[in-house]
Design a protein around this ligand. Structure first.
Ligand SMILES: Nc1ncnc2c1ncn2[C@@H]1O[C@H](COP(=O)(O)OP(=O)(O)OP(=O)(O)O)[C@@H](O)[C@H]1O
Length: 978
């Protein structure tokens, strides 16, 4: 066990890039180290601290914090701290206590290991060099973080993920229509932020019934392991804050929203990103916020990144929608009436975008566009576009750019992304099969009671405990609630013809599966019982009253292709967000009252991955309120044909009147006519204004295609297979090639411990680098440069000392035996906080220097690969003796190599700085131009980008080189013993 004293300098074995650490304090159990260069503090267990004491020897040159250097002559230890004495570069005598050594100083591991005879295998050295090379390449790929997930490359999702994850602390509403992949988009954003170091901790809040689906989706598709937290788990942490138990915490909204103590704990943690699924449930009115809204508001006030996810943002009304936007940006969304006004202005912007296509021939179109722009750059583009003399290519480019300007500067796309089926395309048709059934006498009697006037109705509401108009619509629930009535002795399902109708439908469906949704959870339970008793059919039930495990078991029993049940009965809310696209028949046992809920129901089946037309079966009782509701949906808004996104405003306008009209068929006709009129108006508005802009913003095909092309480049990279073969072999992973490009990986007997997904004695996993093959099988992982196993292996090599020294023999006809060469690999080293993601511009970069013993630089004449294939390994003991005997010569060559490499550093820094400036300056110009027009750009975004640029500039400027690895090569003739 090491003895630590505050003030001593140590480096991390695993994270050398943190720079020199200073011991802050130490007790019997733990030691805390400050890595000032990277602004990180780490606490380790004293017993197993992965730290190495930095102790220099005579002749070493040390950088002092003030910028000067000391050549060490003598070392003294005072109270556990070292004091170095020697001379400065200018020959002045000087003293340097270790506390004053520069934080950015590197401890040259490779050099020290070599000179102390710690020699690694030759193939490890090879792998190290190749790892640096591939890491350098892949870190700069613009698709980093989007290429690994096991998903189909769907343009609108990748556009959103790319656009959102580029932003500083993104705060957006992901509001694609039901089933278009919002969970995937949120997962992609999270994955990229994590991989690039821009986020480390995320809290994901989802409805109770979706926790497992998220858990599985994040693991299977994104290889992200999240901690699912509930009350039981939290209690197991005793006094400790359970939200600190993982980097990625997934929790149920119902649990957290109802529990102030846990909320306080969650709020007390540092998070980078908060994701809230099905965010339309966060309700708010000017007079009161729901508990969910209040909780998310508190968290959102402290967490920099926020993704709100909902398919039906306006389901709880425009006010609630506005309030959710306010969670994203409270400065921007503080005035509802102004917000409404702005929305009206989008019509002109959309018209201007459409007018671009009519230029240059249409003068009126020029005026329409001119009225919307006032920047010099946009005006210049318009001039080019309107000029009949401009070349076609020039005009096309100007049109594209102007379109971007209009969308960016005047549109809605900074905070909200909404794709619809209409423009994504490729979705199945929907067929409605409405069946009219005879009203059973018991239900007819109930309806008669309602007609007896308000008093009878009030009485019924009290007796049943139901709300109005539920009491009219869900007659089986009303019947059940009046169970004390002797006329209701039979269970409702004995008298309700929908049950036998359903059994017949099932028989006619052959082997097809049916998803049945009912409004009421007790109805769902009863119905499953009825199917069993009356038809001998087993149907799992799925509702919000069941535990998570029970729900997942039910869904699995339904999903299983071979042995699964043919139908499942769900309650309304219980099934929200679930994936049932393997099924194409939807039975709406009754209808919900809100059009968004109707869309949510259909969305269970009409999702990405649905390959058939969707058959929607609705049984209604003749002349019942439910039949009127069906008419309103069909005739008022074509609710079953395709989502149109305006249902919510129709409900706001007519919901109350409709409820009143259930008992009055004539007024219903009027309501339907008025609904239809408003529907048409809203559709026209949608197409003209905000929704048109939302649509245009939600996917910019050029950018989506560029991202896809970058992903494909990584997908098709032949180097991955070669690299994997070598790395797996060295790490001791057994790999077996299977058919169709699949491979099975399993821990070999000597595998290095702790590789993800592999443990000795266990099965291992099957994987493929083919995206398509991985997608068709749940049990097959997608192998890519972003796969956790590949990243772990690369990380271990780059962060550790593995393979950073080697010695090999070279038999070359023209070089006499006994000559020495050194192959030095230097690596750029740029201490900077992870959140800056400096690697995008300057990933660790290798500089290779090959020197012969006279000091001649052979690097450009002899390539790494050319040399490597002629080298022979040598026994470790022989290697050690060779090193010992050439100690002084090696020291000199190492120092000379350093000089050679240093000469290349300024160019590397300059190129990186140019790349950084080009990209960030562009982004800054865009953001500033945007901010002038579009209040959706937050001030802190512009400031953050400016700060980021300055910090990156300084960090890149401070880039140093360190010797990463060294291979000594000794020439031999054939007779030399190995
Ligand atoms: N790119 C993709 N590749 C493969 N499968 C996908 C992709 N995008 C979506 N899916 C699948 O389509 C289904 C719908 O996606 P997802 O759950 O993300 O949609 P959603 O918009 O969140 O739905 P909802 O509105 O119901 O919450 C899921 O089963 C998902 O796994």
């Amino acid at each position: 066990m090491s003895v630590f004293t505050p003030g001593q300098r140590w480096i991390s074995d695993g994270e050398a890039e943190l720079g020199l650490g200073t011991i802050l304090n130490c007790d019997q159990r733990s030691v805390t180290v400050l890595f000032a260069a990277s602004q990180e503090t780490r606490t380790y267990s004293v017993r197993q601290a992965p730290l190495t004491r930095v102790a220099f020897g005579s002749g070493d040159r040390i950088a002092a914090a003030e910028g000067w250097h000391l050549i060490v002559d003598d070392i003294e230890e005072v109270d556990g701290l070292l004091v170095y004495r020697g001379e400065t570069d200018t020959g002045e005598p000087a003293e340097l206590p270790e506390a004053r050594i520069a934080d950015g100083m590197q401890f040259n591991q490779a050099r020290d290991r070599l000179l102390t005879g710690q020699i690694d295998r030759n193939d490890w050295f090879d792998l190290r060099f190749r790892t640096l090379h591939h890491h350098h390449r892949t870190e700069q790929n613009p698709a980093l973080g989007l290429a690994g997930p096991k998903i189909d490359l769907i343009p609108h999702q990748l556009y959103i993920a790319d656009e959102v994850s580029r932003r500083h602390a993104p705060r957006v509403l992901l509001a694609d229509e039901v089933g278009l992949g919002k969970t995937i988009e949120a997962g992609l954003v999270l994955h990229r932020l994590l991989l690039s170091g821009r986020a480390e901790r995320a809290l994901i809040l989802v409805p109770d019934n979706l926790t497992h689906q998220w858990l599985v989706e994040l693991l299977r598709r994104f290889a992200l392991e999240v901690t699912l937290l509930d009350e039981q788990q939290s209690q197991a942490h005793g006094e400790a804050n359970p939200f600190e138990s993982g980097q990625l915490i997934l929790a149920s909204q119902q649990w957290l929203f109802a529990n102030p103590h846990r909320q306080a704990q969650a709020t007390a943690c540092d998070w980078d990103l908060l994701i809230v699924d099905e965010a339309h449930h966060l309700d708010w009115t000017p007079s009161a916020s729901g508990p969910g809204y209040a909780c998310v508001e508190r968290l959102a006030g402290r967490i920099p990144g926020l993704l709100l996810v909902t398919a039906t943002p306006e389901q709880m009304g425009l006010e609630s929608h506005f309030a959710r936007l306010r969670l994203l940006d409270p400065d921007r969304y503080h005035d509802l009436s102004r917000f409404r006004l702005e929305e009206a202005g989008y019509v002109q912007v959309a018209a201007a975008i459409d007018a671009l296509d009519r230029l240059p021939d249409d003068n009126e179109a020029t005026d329409i566009v001119a009225a919307e722009i006032d920047d010099a750059d946009s005006q210049a583009l318009l001039a080019t576009l309107s000029d009949p003399e401009s070349a076609d290519t020039q005009r096309d480019k100007a049109r594209r750019q102007l379109r971007e300007h209009l969308l960016d500067r005047h549109g809605t796309g900074r905070v909200m992304f909404r794709n619809s089926r209409r423009h994504v395309g490729g979705f199945p048709e929907r067929h409605l099969h409405a069946t009219r059934l005879e009203l059973p006498s018991a239900y007819r009697r109930l309806l008669h009671t309602f007609l007896h006037g308000d008093d009878a109705l009030d009485e019924l509401l009290v007796d049943t405990g139901l709300d109005y108009p539920d009491v009219l619509l869900y007659l089986e629930a009303t019947y059940r609630a009046l169970g004390d009535d002797p006329r209701h002795a039979e269970p409702w399902w004995q008298i309700d013809p929908r049950v036998t109708w359903l059994l017949e439908l099932l028989t006619g469906a052959g082997r097809d599966k049916l998803l049945v949704i009912t409004h009421d959870r007790d109805t769902a339970v009863d119905l499953a019982e009825a199917l069993r008793v009356l038809g001998g059919v087993f149907a799992p039930v799925f509702h919000e009253g069941m535990s998570l495990v029970e729900r997942d078991r039910a869904a699995a029993a339904f999903a299983d292709e071979e042995y699964g049940s043919q139908l499942m009965v769900c309650s309304e809310i219980g099934s929200e967000g679930r994936n049932f696209q393997f099924c194409r028949h939807l039975v709406m046992f009754d209808l919900p009252q809100h059009p968004d809920q109707l869309e949510q129901r259909i969305g269970r089946l009409d999702r990405i991955g649905q390959h058939h037309a969707i058959e929607i079966h609705v049984p209604v009782f003749a002349a019942s309120p439910m039949e009127q509701l069906l008419r309103w949906y069909r005739q008022g808004m074509d609710a079953f044909s395709a989502p149109h996104g305006v249902g919510s405003s129709l409900y706001d306008a007519f919901g109350d009147a409709l409820a009143d009209a259930f008992l009055d068929a004539e007024s219903l006709d009027e309501i339907i006519v008025e609904t239809r009129a408003l529907f048409e108006t809203r559709l026209a508005e949608r197409d003209a204004g905000r929704n048109r802009l939302l649509e245009l913003n939600a996917c910019r095909p050029d950018r989506a295609e560029a991202v896809i092309a970058a992903i494909r480049e990584l997908d098709d990279d032949p180097a991955l297979k070669r690299y994997l073969d070598q790395a797996l072999d060295i790490f001791g992973v057994d790999s077996q090639d299977l058919d169709e490009g699949l491979m099975h990986l399993r821990a070999g007997p000597h595998m290095l411990d702790g590789l993800p997904g592999l443990a000795k004695g266990e099965e291992g996993f099957t994987a493929t680098s083919s995206r398509q093959r991985a997608l068709v099988r749940d049990d097959v992982q997608h192998l890519s440069w972003e796969h956790p196993l590949v990243r772990e292996m690369m990380g271990r090599i780059l962060d550790g000392a593995m393979g950073n020294t080697a010695l090999a023999l070279l038999n070359h006809p023209s070089i006499p035996a006994g000559r020495l060469m050194v192959e030095l690999v230097f690596r750029t080293y740029c201490p900077a906080p992870r959140r800056l993601h400096v690697n995008r511009f300057l990933p660790p970069t290798a500089i290779r220097v090959l020197l012969d013993e006279s000091g001649a630089n052979l690097s450009s004449r002899v390539s790494f690969t050319g040399l490597a294939k002629n080298l022979r390994k040598v026994k470790k003991a022989v290697a050690r003796d060779l090193i010992k005997s050439r100690h002084d010569q090696l020291r000199e060559l190492l120092t000379q190599g350093e000089g050679e490499a240093e000469r290349e550093l300024p160019t590397i820094i300059e190129v990186a700085q140019q790349r950084m400036r080009a990209e960030l300056d562009d982004e800054l110009t865009r953001l500033k131009a945007l901010a002038r027009h579009n209040p959706a750009v937050r001030d802190d975004e512009v400031q953050a980008l400016q700060d980021e640029r300055a910090a990156l500039d300084a960090a890149i400027d401070g880039t140093r080189l360190r010797l990463d690895a060294v291979r000594v090569i000794v020439t031999v003739d054939d007779s030399t013993k190995r």
